[in-house]
Design a protein around this ligand. Structure first.
Ligand SMILES: Cc1cc2nc3c(=O)[nH]c(=O)nc-3n(C[C@H](O)[C@H](O)[C@H](O)COP(=O)(O)OP(=O)(O)OC[C@H]3O[C@@H](n4cnc5c(N)ncnc54)[C@H](O)[C@@H]3O)c2cc1C
Length: 458
């Protein structure tokens, strides 16, 4: 049974018609995410226009009813769960690509468009939007903006925050604000655009975005480098990042991941202490030079082998090991805590050593792989949730992983965000004065705390 005030239900059902959902199965379908937690909303609102979003927020605010924006519900941190009940606002019907402006290298979209659909619409114009989460075919641009999503191309092209020019959004006061512009230079006032990006629906509901685009590189080539140990691979990462040719991707796998990709995933790859996958992009005139420079930087003490893939098909073969990894992880452990910690690139060896020490101390399998060029590693704690001892050890290892990351000068999340999962660790990442400044920002945008309560801030 809905516990919403009757007058609110009357107002929103009249406003939204068949976009007002209160059935048990509809509420359940909007109460889960990739964190495997769940929480039921009292109702689901599916607006078609920004005016409807304004009306929903004003009506809910008047009754102090929580509002949780929802894209595709692929959040890995519980960010999208309506843990305090209230109304989930689904952006399913606000999914139009409004204006592709190739000459301005930007596109104007509604928040519900899927990342993958956007890329397909942009490709005929020779353009792409750089954020490339592995979930691109499932997740929305609104969710990408709210979580500051990223992926392998972030090392060269930046994450979501680096690829957005402007937003229209509805604050927790029910005001429609417009920030940024369709220009790549802007020195006008406070930068609210980049404050809202990464705020996980706690400051405002994004109803339109102007996204910065990049030209699609005509060609790509890949290198696969195997190293004796993590220190040699990390030294190569530092050499690669210190020279002028920026790799389009620079991915890392530790020894345990290499074994898993081969033994469980079927990848054709020998044992090694660490692996780097390096991609260059460019055109026929520039690509051979880029590959040669990156290969030179990859060579050094501890290199066991360096394979070059001159074309897309050969590249796919080299990337097979990386792609085999996720399914391989799934098949060996029913439970997985997948964290996306970040450290300065030069601290990668300390992070991997520390993770291996935690694995020994807690008697668990913990593997590390990910976006080495950004120092952003996915540390996966593998366990069986039905084994109470393993479950307890996995939960105990998690705060130690965060403490290790922070001690190395790193940060809690590179791309998944904070949500519920990491909220209580924010007190370790920021001092009280910084957290107080964040709370003051929250209060300015959302004075009654109706937007996504209980997320991000402890
Ligand atoms: C298989 C898989 C692989 C993944 N790989 C990656 C990866 O490589 N990189 C990465 O960064 N993430 C990854 N993720 C996590 C997830 O896909 C991203 O965080 C994505 O950006 C979430 O988009 P969504 O549309 O599903 O948002 P949701 O999960 O619906 O929402 C996420 C957050 O955004 C808020 N939100 C959604 N829409 C709006 C809006 N219009 N206005 C304001 N707030 C809004 C929600 O309230 C919530 O706080 C992966 C997830 C899965 C399931």
């Amino acid at each position: 049974m809905s516990s919403l005030p009757a007058s609110l239900v009357d107002e929103l059902s009249a406003l939204l018609g068949d976009g007002w959902l209160t059935g048990a199965s509809e509420r359940a379908a909007h109460g889960n995410d990739n964190s495997r937690r769940s929480a039921l909303p009292d109702a689901v609102a599916v607006p078609s226009t920004r005016e409807q979003v304004v009306a929903i927020v004003r009506a809910c605010r008047a009754h102090r009813v929580p509002i949780v924006a929802r894209g595709a519900g692929t959040s890995s941190t519980g960010a999208v769960l309506p843990t305090a009940g209230g109304v989930v606002v689904s952006f399913d019907r606000m999914n139009r690509i409004l204006d592709i402006r190739a000459g301005d290298r930007c596109v104007v979209v509604e928040p519900g468009v899927l990342n993958g659909d956007l890329q397909r619409a942009l490709a005929p114009h020779g353009l792409f939007w750089p954020p490339d989460p592995a979930s691109a075919e499932l997740c929305t641009v609104g969710g990408n903006l709210a979580c500051n999503a990223g992926g392998p191309h972030t090392v060269k092209y930046g994450a979501t925050r680096d690829n957005v020019l402007g937003l229209s959004a509805v604050t927790g006061s029910g005001e429609l604000i417009r920030c940024g512009s369709a220009t790549t230079k802007d020195a006008t006032g406070y930068d609210l655009t980049h404050l809202i990006v990464g705020s996980e629906g706690t400051l405002a509901l994004i109803v339109e975005a102007t996204l910065k685009l990049a030209p699609l590189p005509p060609q790509r080539a890949s290198l696969r480098a195997l190293y004796l140990d993590v220190a040699s691979a990390a030294a190569a990462v530092s050499r690669i990042m210190a020279q002028p040719v920026t790799p389009a991707m620079l991915e890392f796998m530790d020894a345990a991941c290499i074994r898993l990709a081969r033994d469980v995933g079927g990848a054709d790859i020998p044992d090694a202490g660490a692996l780097l996958m390096i991609e260059a992009d460019g055109d026929a005139a520039t690509l051979p030079h880029a590959v040669a420079v990156l290969a030179h930087a990859a060579r050094g003490a501890g290199l066991l082998s360096l394979d070059t893939a001159p074309d897309e098909i050969a590249s796919e073969k080299l990337w097979a090991a990386r792609k085999a990894l996720s399914p391989a992880l799934r098949s060996i452990a029913p439970g997985k805590i997948n964290e996306d910690v970040v450290v300065p690139v030069t601290r990668i060896p300390d992070l991997v050593d520390g993770i291996q020490a935690l694995a020994r101390e807690f008697d668990l399998r913990i593997v590390a792989f990910g976006h080495a060029g950004n120092g952003n590693l996915h540390a996966n704690i593998l366990f069986d949730p039905d084994d109470t001892s393993q479950d307890a050890r996995a939960q105990a290892a998690l705060p130690r992983l965060f403490a290790l990351t922070l001690a190395l000068g790193g940060t809690l999340s590179g791309e998944h965000g904070i949500g519920l999962a990491k909220r209580d660790f924010m007190v370790h990442a920021f001092d009280p004065a910084t957290l107080a400044a964040m709370r003051a920002v929250k209060a300015a945008f959302d004075p009654d705390g109706v937007l996504n309560p209980g997320k991000v801030l402890p």
